[in-house]
Design a protein around this ligand. Structure first.
Ligand code: CP3
Length: 340
């Protein structure tokens, strides 16, 4: 079976008649012993910059669990360095050396040339395609607002007060920052498609913190721009929004094939509000720490809440956590694949 006929790609277009596809956000990562073995020898950033290691860690969860899609191994922050904002990954999460503080800092941002600046990512895609030619490969980028969060705050945060304040204190510079990001993210996703990815996902991890008005201006409009640039026939576009429920009416109008739903949201309510779109989601990642019986019950409950299984992709409602028991992941995959 080729990639085009695969349950994952077919489900993205709402015409899957095969098994229900499943993949897991952050499926390559520290909960896997074989990933930790690679990380004994190389830092996270080194893995992200080495095409052979990228291909190896992408393959690990696909082979172990029989997942229906692979996702590129990289990070949403990878494109910050060529924009002129280098960062590091010490213990405890990302640190941007010199975060954006003023409108002048926005003017200094550099345009990214994906082939020249992020060639190691595109080489990684080509290396993955060599070893996993029949598995759909998902490329990705962070959303403009999510990247702006790290560029302004300089690190992770519970509330990202600095970026939210910056956009109101310096509205013109804020709009220029978001436009710069949208342009460069669109171009980067297009380059990933040209290098061989079969679908793209935009991670709007923190847009769900915005007011409805803020979401429209700094997340929905830029997402529309990005998906226009990354619109290539046969390559589905997936939008993930963490805390999606307040914005469903705006997301309905965004030109993309699939919407990925966070674990707080009611899946049948979301699919009702998003006619014509395929739906991905939305098991709470923390459920995987419960009993196997509970894991299977909750997985089956999600599958039962879906009306049209031809356009459904099973996933978690956010990234899988380190220390997640491997048996839980196997149980989810088995329950999804046995459903029909
Ligand atoms: O398997 C996959 O999903 C592909 C690879 C991937 C990673 N990060 C690898 C990673 C993807 C798609 C991401 C996206 C990402 N990165 C997001 C958006 C998704 C989400 O969870 O909302 C965000 C916000 C980031 C930024 C980021 N990267 C943070 C805040 C951290 C530190 C926290 C943590 O989990 O350690 C990372 C590190 C990171 N990205 C790791 C991996 C495998 C762990 C690094 C390690 O191996 O030590």
């Amino acid at each position: 079976m080729g990639v085009t006929d695969s349950p994952f790609i077919q489900a993205c277009y709402g015409r899957n008649k095969g098994r229900i596809p499943v993949w897991i956000m952050r499926q390559a990562g520290r909960y896997l012993p074989e990933y930790r073995a690679v990380r004994e020898k190389a830092s996270f950033v080194e893995v992200c910059r080495t095409p052979e290691l990228i291909a190896e860690v992408v393959r690990q969860p696909v082979v172990r669990f029989g997942l229906d899609a692979a996702i590129l191994f990289s990070d949403i922050l990878t494109m910050l360095t060529p924009m002129g904002l280098p960062f590091e990954f010490p213990e405890g999460g990302p640190r941007v050396a010199d975060p954006i503080r003023t409108p002048e800092d926005v003017e200094r941002l550099v345009e990214v040339d994906p082939e020249k600046d992020l060639g190691f990512v595109l080489e990684g895609i080509r290396a993955i395609k060599k070893i996993l030619p029949d598995t759909p490969l998902i490329g990705f980028a962070g959303s403009p607002f999510t990247l702006a969060c790290y560029m302004i705050e300089g690190m992770g945060s519970k509330s990202f007060d600095k970026p939210r304040r910056f956009l109101h204190e310096f509205p013109d510079a804020g709009d220029r920052l978001i436009a710069h990001l949208a342009r460069n993210i669109g171009r980067y996703l297009k380059a990933q498609i040209e290098a061989g990815v079969d679908a793209v996902q935009l991670f709007d991890s923190w847009g769900g913190m915005l007011s409805r008005e803020g979401y429209f201006r700094w997340s929905a409009l830029p997402a529309q721009k990005i998906f226009e640039t990354a619109r290539i026939a046969g390559v589905p576009r997936i939008l993930f929004v963490n805390n999606i429920t307040p914005y469903l009416d705006m997301i309905r109008d965004i030109d993309c094939e699939v919407v990925s739903i966070d674990f707080r949201a009611d899946l049948s309510h979301c699919s009702e509000k998003l006619p014509g779109k395929s739906i991905q989601g939305n098991l709470d990642p923390s459920v995987l720490f419960g009993s196997l019986r509970d894991v299977v019950t909750r997985t089956t409950r999600i599958l039962g809440s879906i009306e049209n299984h031809d356009r459904f992709i099973f996933n978690l409602g956010h990234g899988i956590q380190p220390q997640t028991p491997l048996e839980s992941v196997s149980a989810v995959v088995e329950a999804v694949h046995n459903y029909r």
